[in-house]
Design a protein around this ligand. Structure first.
Ligand SMILES: [Zn+2]
Length: 248
């Protein structure tokens, strides 16, 4: 198995290229970081197209956010990434991009609203919050609050931020948010999405909590449901099948 740092570097390069191929970034948009066990972060460099990120171009930061290795500069949005690592103990990777459908909703100040499909609740939770526009250096309280209960956030007038235990999960979450935003948008000429029944949403949300427990660093704000399940991933398929069977 590859060394964790090498694995993180490979994942950062791979995810950067996939962001570019997906058309979720333009010019130098988007950024990604991974938190290592020793508290260091490895991040994509600023002012480089995601299609041209290489292992050599990545930057390493210490726990205070200062660059300690690499010849490039770090992006200014690293403050948002550090906010996620500060709030959530379970978050080890952060991804930010401008996928067009989700970003269109974020710039219009329109959230995804009440859940309208079952499976995304199991994967992402019932809430994908929309927070106000945040400039680098501004108070990140709204993002911190949103991340206590969400793994994906729409950044007002900006784009999408996803968090997870690894970059692959962050990318899948970004993909799901963009897919939901696309479906939401395409449903508008047909009258817009119809919200799921509240009771079903609550059942699926409980499953989500079991499968993807969140660990907040501030123990006063920990959720009772945040107990780790015994075999989380093995049960994921059953949960989704169970949810879908309700529609047959
Ligand atoms: Zn951005």
């Amino acid at each position: 198995m590859a060394h964790p740092e090498e694995g993180a570097r490979a994942a950062l390069v791979s995810v950067s290229q996939r962001l570019h191929r997906a058309g979720w970034v333009a010019n130098h948009d988007g950024n990604a970081s991974v938190l290592l066990d020793d508290g260091r972060m490895i991040a994509t460099p600023t002012a480089v197209s995601k299609s041209e990120v290489t292992p050599e171009s990545l930057v390493t930061l210490n726990a205070e956010g200062a660059v300690i290795a690499g010849t490039r500069k770090v992006f200014s949005e690293i403050a948002l990434h550090r906010c996620a690592y500060r709030v959530r103990e379970d978050v080890r990777a952060v991804l930010h991009a401008h996928p067009p459908y989700a970003t269109a909703m974020a710039v219009a100040g329109v959230g995804l609203g009440a859940p309208f499909m079952a499976e995304p609740i199991v994967s992402l939770g019932r809430e994908i919050p929309l927070i106000p526009h945040l400039l680098p250096g501004e108070d990140d309280g709204a993002l911190a609050e949103a991340l206590t209960d969400a793994d994906a956030v729409l950044l007002g007038n900006h784009g999408v931020l996803t968090v997870g235990p690894d970059l692959e999960t962050c990318l899948l979450r970004m993909e799901l948010v963009e897919h939901l935003a696309k479906i939401f948008t395409l449903s508008l000429p047909h009258g817009g999405p119809k919200a799921l029944e509240v009771a079903l949403v609550e059942t699926l949300q409980a499953k989500h909590r079991q499968l993807f427990p969140r660990r907040l660093r501030d123990s006063d704000r920990s959720h009772v449901e945040d107990e780790a399940p015994e075999t989380p991933l093995a049960r994921a398929q059953d949960v989704v099948k169970d949810a879908l069977s309700r529609f047959r």
